[in-house]
Design a protein around this ligand. Structure first.
Ligand code: 26V
Length: 838
């Protein structure tokens, strides 16, 4: 360390240290400046003169973290004292993004922290940028888990999030010559200031081996599983602080370690590599997040990940329960376990094993406890995404759990046949074992059978679940499926990402919306107030300027903030139809070139999103967008009336810049395929107008926002199903639509890929053929609807009125409301005030 003097803080220290009975600390700039300086000095060993920006980031996180810990201790003590029921949210993915701004904002420290850092000549905005964006998730499912964690803390629902501490999160995306390139992500490279390793909280996880039946005199026979392989799951805890710091929950992520990190025998005999083999094999389990969300991974490592985190979480839940209560009989009264999709569904069998084999509970009683404890959320109907595992793999890796699944299945089938009179066809549909595709375990059926409640994530999706994937199970258990429409946390997705809009809202309706987001409805009456509208539009323009700067920096492309910002950001998938959007872009380009004298409305088409590395069609779509962008942006004939940009490496932090900057939000999935969508909510909350199909939560957004304030087009889910059943083909439709025909021809003839003219022939061909995603079928209506938006842009007052209505009417889509419904209807947990939501 250099010997330069440590900068003297301007206040003398009056702050009490954190104790088990935390006292509130002062929230003024002096105190925070002192605390940050202390962290810099004593935790990081740096003086202000040598500190780098990274050090300031760490020091700030650590200082803020201390304050969270005060609340964390208080929350934990309260929950323990009151014996409150806890929610355990089991999810393979938590797409949390950065935490510093969230923490500072929820603790009400934005200004003092900013000022405190300014004293040292440090800019908080720049410090925030240095925090890695924790991308322990693929997309919607993982981000929902993160929003739910924040909302459970904010609504004071006692909760644990359980997941995996992947060393490498979702890959970093670069675009090279127009194509996606995947690079490893390394969020832990500089350490993680938010987490606490809990070495004492570690469990053994078994794989493989044998099951034997043990018979002892005077006792019923029991099964003993002797795994061939054992690894250790070690807990890492991150505190999640809720709004106004009222409550803090825990995100507990498991990391895999070998029981024996170095095999001494091997080491001593000179085999230094062999000595580490076990370690490498164990640590591989939590090394990397699977980057696919549309088709099932199928690899053994994925099943190992699923069992690893399920078993660790359940052992933890059972151990903690037995610390307080002397039996597991009341487990379901004290714990609600939510399965986030089928990824943790093996938990159903594992809890049965713990209850029956380890704790000696009789089978029927154990099953009752299991069903009362679990509930399951389905997030997709795509058949290729529904998880199933070959029986031989399951049996080899998890022999006892396989036996338990057979036993559960036997009970289920007996009930279905004898009590409900199902026929063979129906029995094979409800069975936990798929006998038709080489015998596989169906994880959806397992999760359904083991839960007392099963939910979809939007009204439409829930209805479709009843009619499709779970049709026969729904007939067998008609009370089990219910709907819980998704939501997004307004703290991150409005307060933090759009502070200027919040200031404006507060001037209009007062600060109440910050504690009850549904009060945003009071903004409705300002929608026709010209001066308010103008200010609303001015905030939007400033947010667009901010995005334009990012585009300029990252792509060296100028986009005019005065043009319509028409944005589609999400995972790249055929069903999400980025292809439809880019074809419409090409058609518009053709029109501008052929009728340059017309009064075209300037537009910027913004795309971002990642494709699964093995999803060739999705990668082609990314390539096409970039190829189209290159040609259009370089064409002087377009005169900046149309620009296309693909911003690489879409992640939570980029979304926070994009959402407030959109005029138009593209939510154009083939109807019936997007379970809910949550980006749709973030955009509308920030005042974008949606162009969308009647899919997922768009349907409910239409109900809340009103048909006059949203642009709906296209086939309905029912029409899509009928068209597919009737053998719909794209070619006849294309023949009738000259715009579509010309656009498609230019794409397939290499206008945008001159160096490789055949590049998009098969992609375009898929539209002429089955047109499975109904792109040809929906094109004309999509085009017409876009032109209505163009026209509306000319009447800016009307546009702005509609934008205000969008923000005003999106309060219901808060994840606080979703969590309130889960708490009331499924978990029976959380404060009475939360469970009493209407
Ligand atoms: C499936 C698989 C299959 C195995 C490989 C890894 C993997 C990872 C994720 C998934 C499930 C993806 C399902 C999903 O993300 N669904 C999205 O959930 C959102 C939250 O409910 C919802 O808003 C989106 O509409 C839905 O697509």
């Amino acid at each position: 360390m250099q010997d330069s003097a440590i900068a003297k803080p301007q206040a003398t220290r009056k702050v009490p240290r954190a104790t088990n009975n935390p006292l509130p600390r002062a929230n003024d700039t002096d105190t925070l400046a002192l605390e940050i300086l202390e962290k810099l000095t004593y935790s990081l060993g740096k003086t202000t003169s040598v500190a780098r920006m990274h050090d300031w980031m760490d020091a700030t996180c650590l200082a803020v973290r201390d304050r969270i810990i005060d609340h964390w201790i208080a929350s934990t003590q309260k929950v323990t004292k009151e014996h409150s029921k806890r929610v355990c949210y089991l999810s393979m993915e938590f797409l949390i993004g950065r935490l510093l701004r969230d923490a500072i904002n929820n603790l009400g420290l934005s200004e003092p922290v900013k000022q405190a850092l300014a004293r040292y000549g440090v800019d908080l905005d720049l410090v925030e940028l240095l925090e890695p964006d924790a991308a322990l998730g693929n997309g919607g499912l993982g981000r929902l888990a993160a929003c739910f964690m924040e909302s459970m803390a904010s609504t004071e629902v006692p909760a644990f999030g359980y997941g995996i501490r992947y060393v490498h999160g979702f890959f970093r995306q670069e675009i090279a010559d127009g194509a996606q390139v995947e690079l490893p992500e390394d969020w832990l490279a500089h350490g993680n200031p938010w987490e606490f390793e809990r070495r004492e909280t570690a469990y053994e996880i078994g794989f493989g081996g044998k099951v034997t039946m043990v018979e002892e005199p005077g006792r019923p026979p029991r099964y003993v599983w002797r795994p061939a392989e054992r690894v250790l799951a070690v807990a890492f805890d991150t505190p999640i602080v809720g709004w106004r710091g009222k409550h803090v929950n825990t995100l507990r992520l498991w990391s895999a370690q070998a029981l024996d990190p170095i095999l001494l025998d091997a080491f001593n005999s000179g085999d230094h590599i062999g000595a580490l083999l076990e370690s490498n094999r164990a640590e591989a389990i939590t090394r990397v997040l699977y980057p696919a969300d549309s088709h099932q991974a199928g690899q053994e490592l994925r099943l190992r990940q699923e069992f690893f985190f399920s078993s660790a979480s359940l052992q933890d839940i059972v151990r903690r329960h037995l610390q307080t209560y002397d039996s597991l009989d009341n487990l379901a009264d004290k714990v609600a376990i939510q399965l986030n999709d089928t990824h943790p569904a093996v938990s159903v069998a594992e809890l049965m094993r713990l209850l029956v084999d380890i704790h000696g509970i009789e089978w029927d009683k154990a099953w009752e406890i299991t069903q009362a404890t679990f509930s399951y959320t389905n997030h997709t109907l795509l058949p290729e995404a529904l998880e199933t595992w070959p029986i031989h793999l399951f049996e080899r890796l998890l022999p006892r759990q396989m036996q338990i699944i057979y036993a559960i299945n036997a009970d289920l089938i007996r009930h279905a046949r004898l009590d409900k009179g199902l026929d063979d066809g129906q029995i094979s549909a409800v069975s936990l074992i798929d006998e038709n595709n080489g015998r596989r375990v169906r994880m959806g059926q397992l999760a359904f059978a083991g839960s007392h409640a099963v939910n979809g994530v939007s009204a439409l999706h829930t209805e479709l679940m009843k009619e499709t994937v779970f049709r026969d199970l729904h007939r067998l258990y008609p009370e089990r499926i219910e709907n819980k429409t998704n939501g997004v946390t307004p703290r991150r997705w409005l307060f933090e990402c759009n502070p200027d809009l919040c200031k404006l809202i507060e001037e209009a309706i007062g600060p109440g919306f910050r504690d009850n987001i549904e009060l945003l409805a009071e903004l409705d009456k300002f929608a026709d107030d010209a001066s308010f509208r103008d200010k609303f539009a001015a905030v939007k323009l400033a947010n667009k300027q901010r995005l334009a700067k990012v585009v300029e920096e990252r792509l060296a492309t100028y986009v005019d903030p005065k043009a319509i910002f028409d944005i589609q950001v999400k995972r790249i998938h055929e069903y999400k139809r980025q292809f439809l959007n880019i074809i419409e872009t090409v058609a518009l380009y053709d029109q501008i070139r052929s009728s340059p004298h017309l009064d075209w409305t300037p537009r910027v088409k913004v795309f971002a999103g990642k494709a699964a590395p093995s999803y060739q069609e999705a990668k082609q779509i990314i390539h096409l967008i970039n190829d189209v962008a290159r040609v259009i942006n370089a064409d002087p004939a377009v005169r900046n009336l149309l620009k296309v940009v693909f911003i690489p490496n879409y992640n939570v932090s980029l979304a926070e810049i994009i959402m407030p900057a959109a005029d138009v939000s593209e939510q154009i999935s083939t109807a019936g395929l997007e379970a809910s969508g949550t980006g749709n909510m973030k955009f509308a909350l920030n005042g974008a107008l949606t162009i969308g199909t009647l899919d997922g939560a768009n349907v409910e957004m239409l109900e809340h926002i009103g048909a006059d304030n949203i642009f709906i087009f296209g086939l309905t889910a029912e029409e899509v199903a009928n068209a597919r059943a009737n053998g719909h083909m794209g070619q006849p439709v294309i023949e009738r639509q000259p715009l579509l025909r010309a656009a498609l021809e230019s794409i397939e003839n290499g206008v945008f890929s001159e160096n490789d003219p055949g590049r998009y022939r098969s992609l375009a061909g898929s539209l002429r053929d089955r047109d499975w995603w109904m792109i040809a079928a929906d094109f004309q209506e999509y085009w017409n609807t876009q032109r209505r938006l163009d026209e509306l842009w000319l009447d800016r007052a009307k546009w702005n009125t509609m934008a205000v209505h969008n923000t005003a009417r999106m309060g219901w889509f808060s994840s606080d409301r979703s969590i309130g419904e889960y708490a009331r209807d499924i978990w029976k947990a959380g404060p009475k005030s939360i469970q009493a939501i209407s």
